[in-house]
Design a protein around this ligand. Structure first.
Ligand SMILES: Nc1ncnc2c1ncn2[C@@H]1O[C@H](COP(=O)(O)OP(=O)(O)OP(=O)(O)O)[C@@H](O)[C@H]1O
Length: 658
């Protein structure tokens, strides 16, 4: 697959993707999580690429949101969902739900949404989700005591790619492997032809090592679990609270996590702790043991009457004998007892086993001396032995744990993925509940029908939003009193249509929405346009009437772009042209009557009616009445004055003009 052919993938991203296993599947499935884990791809870009992949899979040309206002309304719709997601991932994942004009994509999204809407949102889950994030790869890991060795160029490159934390060395013959064994504690040879040979150091021939990170770099697995501990615990909590089947046994996960320190080292067992202490305390313990022996010998000497024949003394002195030989001769039993005490002290202080105790014999032994001395070289040999024993133990534990962790690695990825998906589902479910939403029916034709739609974007509390029924098929003018809710109705229609095309539920009691190819929503312009801007707006509408079939066009008070007389003619012309096409359109206008008069064909007009004025306040029926030209606010006020004034002739004459 040519990665750069996918919308959202440039050359840099393509390079980053080429470095991971199976980028095609990740892209094909629009896997935001896997994409966001590719080095150099942010979650935002991951969502963009995933959306591109979804579009490609559904052969979706895109471009549903055809105008700025349509795009900003989608931004509002998305925010309503995103603000209900807890995790950053959840918010980004929601961006893969985009309004599409392709039925298969809408069906796919609706299937996900339908499951989501069955979810019962809960604060406990929300709290647990706070800690869930996509799993991170540990950084800065460097393993220095081990190397991989191969004589094969390709294998060398592959080893370098898969194990950046380990040195990979070229070794074409047994001699160079032996040399490597002198520089590294462990050499893992990747080439089969060296199997069965004898080596002087710790060399293993493991042709399958490239696929066995638990063998080559158990530290990586340990670090992975250490780095992700809190995310994994949070993901486990989400599963526990929701009762969702986890991808791995949660007790096993808790157990392995308890065996890794935060710095990626193993917690270890009693034996490893003993060996660690023995290595660290060896010097101090030897010193203490020596003192114990000295004290014993000093006491013994103090108590002892040493008698020596004059002849013996003379011959000893003549032979140059020192006090040692006197000790050996006269206090040999006491010296042996002192050495025994020293050995016992060292063995018990460091909790040494039988094999290790043999080294102790060599440390304290040899010629008797006072003060008692020990053999430095024997201590040094013992230290080397203890350190090796400790490392063997640590490596064994590491390997055992890493083998367990290796089997858990995929399941925990799945565990976190499932928890993150719960965030997405819960956000959708919460949105649906907060705004009493239903899943709309998406139809092939018929315009739109919205029953009891309530826009969450109004500047009034949602509980105070009056439900609106509105249904349009074909091209319609929407008239109505000032502040009656015409713009709000267009917003509601736009929002419901966008949600429906995202596969999302809509804030209404029932909705039947035609699958539109594009949404063109033109907001009211702020004042009249200068000649240039007016010309470019006309060009927009020129291309609109020539455009694709199956569009929804929402236009708010286009008359404000120029003077009223010209506006009515222009709008009439646009509507005439649109009636020739397969377009659903709602044009909000205060000039509905004039436009109807100017149009050569009959144009339907709906109206948002004032039920009357109560205490100077307009009482409005928010649901547009079909085929009804609403009376304007000025007309209503003149009518009110005509009814109230003592001499009402002036107002009545005004009223006749409407
Ligand atoms: N369905 C509704 N429920 C409650 N309040 C609403 C509803 N629709 C509109 N309103 C209120 O009416 C106000 C005016 O609405 P809107 O701007 O849509 O009217 P309009 O008919 O477009 O006005 P104008 O004629 O000035 O363009 C809104 O700001 C909102 O406070």
């Amino acid at each position: 697959m040519e990665l750069e052919s996918i919308p959202g993938i440039g050359s840099k991203t393509a390079d980053a993707l080429a470095a991971v296993d199976d980028p095609e599947t990740i892209i094909e499935t629009g896997d935001v999580l896997a994409l966001s884990r590719v080095r150099g791809i942010s979650e935002g870009r991951a969502a963009l690429i995933a959306r591109g992949a979804i579009r490609r899979r559904h052969d979706d040309p895109g471009g549903f949101l055809a105008t700025d206002r349509a795009k900003s309304l989608y931004g509002d719709a998305l925010s309503l969902l995103q603000e209900r997601a807890v995790t950053r991932y959840g918010k980004k994942r929601l961006e893969t739900f985009y309004p599409s004009g392709v039925q298969s994509r809408i069906d796919e999204a609706q299937a996900i949404v339908e499951t989501a809407m069955e979810r019962e949102p809960s604060d406990a889950v929300r709290d647990a989700l706070q800690g869930v994030e996509p799993l991170a790869d540990p950084t800065g890991l460097r393993i220095r005591d081990r190397c991989l060795a191969t004589g094969d160029g390709e294998r060398y490159a592959e080893a370098k790619r898969r194990y950046p934390e380990i040195s990979v060395e070229t070794a074409e013959d047994a001699r160079s492997i032996d040399e490597l064994a002198r520089s590294y504690s462990t050499v893992i040879v990747l080439d089969e032809q060296f199997a069965g040979l004898d080596w002087s150091g710790d060399v293993t021939v493991e042709p399958a090592a490239l696929d066995q990170p638990e063998l080559v770099a158990p530290e990586r697995l340990l670090a992975f679990f250490a780095v992700n501990r809190s995310r994994l615990e949070a993901a486990a909590a989400v599963h526990r609270i929701t009762g969702m089947e986890p991808a791995c046994d949660l007790e096993t996960l808790a157990d392995v996590l308890s065996r890794v320190h935060d710095d990626g080292t193993i917690v270890g067992d009693e034996e490893l702790t003993r060996l660690n202490v023995a290595v660290d305390d060896l010097d101090a313990a030897v010193g203490t043991a020596t003192t114990v022996a000295d004290n014993h010998l000093r006491d013994a000497i103090k108590k002892q009457d040493v008698t020596i024949q004059g002849q013996d003394f003379l011959s000893l002195v003549e032979q140059g004998a020192r006090v040692d030989s006197l000790l050996a001769r006269e206090l040999s039993d006491e010296y042996d007892a002192a050495i025994e005490k020293a050995r016992y002290e060292l063995v018990t202080a460091l909790q040494l086993d039988e094999g290790e105790a043999e080294f102790v014999e060599q440390i304290f032994g040899g010629e008797p001396t006072f003060p008692v001395t020990y053999r430095e070289d024997a201590v040094s040999r013992f230290r080397t032995e203890l350190t090796a024993e400790r490392d063997r133990r640590a490596n064994k534990l590491k390997a055992t744990l890493a083998a367990e962790l290796a089997t858990l690695q995929e399941p925990v990825e799945e565990l976190v993925r499932a928890a993150l998906e719960i965030d997405v589902e819960q956000a959708i479910a919460t949105f649906a509940r907060d705004y009493d939403c239903v899943l709309p029916t998406v139809t092939a034709t018929g315009g739109f029908t919205i029953e009891a739609g309530r826009s969450p974007l109004l500047d009034v509390e949602f509980t105070n939003v009056e439900p609106v029924d509105y249904s349009v098929s074909g091209v319609t003018l929407l008239s109505g009193v000032n502040s009656g809710g015409k713009t709000s109705t267009l917003d509601l229609v736009g929002l419901v249509v966008i949600f429906a095309h995202m596969g999302m539920p809509v804030p209404a009691a029932r909705a039947e929405i035609q699958r539109f190819s594009e949404l063109h929503y033109y907001a009211k312009s702020q004042g009249t346009l200068d000649a240039g801007a007016f010309e470019s707006t006309l060009r927009d509408f020129g291309s609109l009437v020539d455009g694709a079939d199956g569009r929804l066009v929402l236009v708010d008070e286009l008359e404000s772009i120029t003077e009223p007389g010209a506006s009515a003619k222009i709008i009439a012309g646009i509507l005439e042209a649109l009636t020739e096409t397969d377009t659903t359109a709602v044009f909000v206008s205060h000039l509905a009557g004039e436009i109807q008069d100017a149009a050569a064909v009959s144009i339907a007009v709906d109206g948002i009616r004032a039920k009357g004025l109560v205490d100077g306040e307009l009482q409005v029926d928010r649901s547009p009445k079909k085929d009804h030209l609403a009376r304007s606010t000025p007309e209503l006020i003149v009518e009110k004055l005509a009814g109230e004034a003592k001499d009402s002739r002036f107002y009545e004459s005004l009223l006749e003009k409407f």
